[in-house]
Design a protein around this ligand. Structure first.
Ligand code: NDP
Length: 295
């Protein structure tokens, strides 16, 4: 299969590309930078989609970049890097003479309202209560191609755990130094997925003709993980203590109040449709997932 991946140069994209190539598929990235097996967004808009069987979008400005102040300009960049790239790909798919068979987008579980108790499946409502939930709604709406023969899949991902990037790469140093701990109360749910499973779900969605619609990209045991239990498990995997809680005010000071919500609150999310679609998780439980990452 020939797969075009927007934002394929990033953390998730690198893992997905490796998995797809190992399964004999050809991958072309859409990127802001030139390089081998890459096309630019301008080229895509100008010349249309290269001949391909499937399209994925993973492009997006890093929301938790602590070096970027949370403000209007950054919010606009966070939104447009997701919504505009998705629109560009959807438009190219709609205009393709030979439309691809599958179109897969990764968004986030920020669609569901944070709650310490509510449990959400793919059928639960959401998408209309704060900046991140509305972002997911417009991002997913941008992917819609009315009347298209192309099969559409959206994977709403939790925090992606992997060795070479994402949230864990920022946590490893303090935790290795024994300075890690829960954020805020530590009671908030921590929806997570191992990067091999997110790539695995994307590959499953690309290869399985019956998969369509929303899939939650979280580990099956993720609803039972709180921020505090995650900190304990990460410290245990590293053989270090996790004694120092990071107070909520410090998280707000670094990330800004609106963005701190992502860390100080969380959702219990179940991968109901993902499991029903026949996907088998490699890392359903947190201790094995973390052991694999920090080993
Ligand atoms: P990365 O931060 O690694 O970024 C992915 C790619 O997006 C980059 O390699 C870059 O490609 C492109 N990109 C970055 N900024 C911009 C911009 N301003 N305009 C256009 N393109 C840009 O993301 P991840 O791989 O971690 O995540 C992939 C997708 O999954 C993202 O949309 C993210 O929101 C979503 N997601 C990720 C989660 C996580 O925990 N990592 C959790 C939930 C959802 P290039 O430089 O080649 O142009």
């Amino acid at each position: 299969m020939r797969v075009v991946v927007g934002g394929g140069t990033g953390f998730v994209g690198r893992a997905l590309t490796q998995l797809l190539r190992s399964r004999g598929h050809q991958v072309t990235h859409v990127s802001r930078r030139g390089g081998k097996d890459r096309i630019s967004w301008e080229e895509l808009s100008r010349s249309g989609l290269p001949p391909c069987d499937a399209v994925v979008n993973l492009a997006g400005e890093n929301v938790l970049n602590p070096f970027r102040r949370w403000g209007d300009a950054f919010c606009r960049e966070v939104t447009s890097s997701r919504v505009e790239t998705t629109k560009t790909l959807a438009k190219a798919i709609a205009a393709a003479e030979q439309p691809p068979r599958a179109w897969v987008l990764v968004t986030g579980v920020g669609y569901y309202r944070p709650s310490p108790t509510a449990e959400y499946t793919e059928d639960s409502p959401g998408g209309d209560f704060d900046f991140f939930s509305r972002l997911v709604s417009s991002w997913e709406a941008a992917a819609l191609i009315p009347g298209s023969p192309t099969r559409g899949v959206v994977v709403r991902s939790g925090v992606v755990l992997g060795r070479d990037g994402g949230a864990i790469s920022q946590m490893l140093l303090p935790f290795r130094l024994g300075l890690g701990g829960p954020m805020g109360s530590g009671l908030q749910p921590f929806p997570w997925i191992h990067i091999q499973d997110l790539s695995g779900i994307l590959c499953h969605a690309l290869e399985t003709e019956s998969v369509q619609g929303i899939l939650n990209g979280v580990a099956p045991s993720s609803p039972g993980t709180s921020n505090g239990s995650f900190a304990q498990e990460l410290a245990a995997a590293l053989g270090r203590p996790a004694l120092l809680p990071v107070p909520a005010w410090a998280v707000r000071a670094v990330f800004g109040a609106e963005r701190a919500v992502m860390l100080l609150e969380g959702q219990r999310v179940l991968p109901k449709r993902t499991l029903e679609s026949g996907y088998h998780f490699i890392f359903p439980e947190l201790p094995a997932a973390l052991k694999d990452i920090v080993a």
